[in-house]
Design a protein around this ligand. Structure first.
Ligand code: ATP
Length: 362
């Protein structure tokens, strides 16, 4: 039984579509991320689920109950925002107790439920503190405890970690994922950070221009992007353009504009000569070694080298176009010099080809 169903949700603003026929079916206990660039509509979708924005058409079902026309407080949802939105004058205990008291829970039961919620976010002994006496990460954990205490059917997170610094963010990603597994609440999580979405989620819904591009596991999204938009958004893409060279009985290629001829695996049903956008991820390109003999490869020259910690990034000129190629810092290609001629292996299966985008859209 799906815990959350979105059926063809629509939301338009004057001259702008924020959500277009958005449909999703989320299983009980799943952790789902809504992922996409700024303005793609992810907050709009989350707010429609929360009852903070009314869709123009479509339906929202939580545990098979149609909640489309119910107010937020009747939907059995827990909300966590980017700004922690804690009551500054209330103790941590009272912040967490807030929703429970509104449900009429008092006395020992209230203490037990608050204590359980604080324990699950590892803040058992912090009940007497005021929010200003806590770090940003701790405040966000209180916000999470407050949202889970009333035992909602669904937890909704709107970019909850974007105010935290990088290391705390990594820590909180693990904390939140662990907590969600322990508590088992179906979760919808909005983020523009692909690493965050992929590492935390059972499935990821990629949105662009208000349209669902792909709703699949992180592995599928990464290895089998459904659209050119997904291929170009996930991973670290090199974007090129060219024309398809597709002759009967021959392997398919793309002639990159002012660049090399690349062998490609799938051609998205496009005909010979079609103008195409091509995505090749930085991490899918490798410098050729003896064992790569016979694999498709192109010649280039290193034009820039950057050390970025665990890897070295090279800008490599292939004719008049440039691509970025990565090499592990501890590998044999970490010390290549600017100006050096190189050969780059490009697996045809990792060359993503799509019809050239002529207008706004994916
Ligand atoms: P971000 O990551 O920047 O928050 P988002 O993907 O969450 O972006 P939304 O906030 O859902 O995007 O907005 C989707 C589109 O709808 C945007 O182009 C935005 O400008 C537009 N939009 C949102 N709210 C309104 C509004 N009240 N009036 C007009 N346009 C709006």
């Amino acid at each position: 039984m799906p815990a959350l169903t979105l059926e063809r949700l629509e939301k338009r603003y004057p001259g702008h579509t924020a959500a277009s026929s958005v449909s999703l079916s989320v299983k009980d206990g799943e952790f789902i991320s809504l992922l996409g660039p700024s303005g793609c509509g992810k907050t709009t979708v989350l707010r429609m689920v929360a009852g903070l924005i009314q869709p123009m058409s479509g339906r929202i079902l939580i545990d098979t109950r149609d909640v489309t026309n119910l107010p937020t407080n009747k939907r059995k949802i827990g909300l966590v925002f980017q700004s922690y939105a804690l009551f500054p004058h209330m103790s941590v205990f009272d912040n967490v107790a807030f929703g429970l008291r509104r449900q009429g829970i008092e006395g020992d039961e209230l203490k037990k439920r608050v204590s359980e919620a604080l324990t699950s976010v590892r803040l058992t002994s912090y009940g007497d503190r005021l929010p200003r006496q806590l770090s940003g990460g701790q405040q966000q954990r209180v916000a999470v405890a407050r949202s889970i205490a009333p035992r909602p059917s669904i937890l909704l997170f709107d970019e909850p970690l974007s105010n935290l610094d990088a290391s705390l963010r990594d820590e909180m990603q693990i904390e939140l994922k662990r907590l969600q597994r322990e508590v088992g609440i179906t979760t919808l999580f909005v983020t523009h950070d692909q690493g965050e979405a992929m590492s935390m989620s059972d499935r990821v819904c990629v949105l662009a221009h208000g349209v669902v591009q792909q709703f699949a596991t992180p592995e599928e999204i990464y290895h089998r992007p459904a659209t050119g938009f997904v291929a170009g958004f996930i991973g670290r893409p090199n974007r090129l353009s060219g024309r398809l060279v597709h002759r009967a009985g021959q392997a398919c290629h793309v002639q990159i504009k002012e660049g090399p001829l690349l062998a490609v695996g799938s051609t998205a049903g496009l005909a010979d000569g079609a103008p195409v956008d091509v995505v090749v991820r930085q991490e899918d390109l490798r410098f050729v070694h003896a064992q790569d003999v016979g694999r498709p490869a192109v010649d280039g020259r290193i034009s820039l080298r950057s050390f970025v910690g665990s890897r070295v990034q090279y800008v490599v000129a292939l004719g008049s176009v440039e691509v970025i190629v990565e090499a592990p810092t501890n590998g044999p290609d970490a010390g290549l010099e600017v100006g050096a001629p190189v050969r780059i292996a490009i697996d045809p299966e990792h060359v993503y080809v799509n019809a050239e985008r002529t207008a706004e859209g994916a």
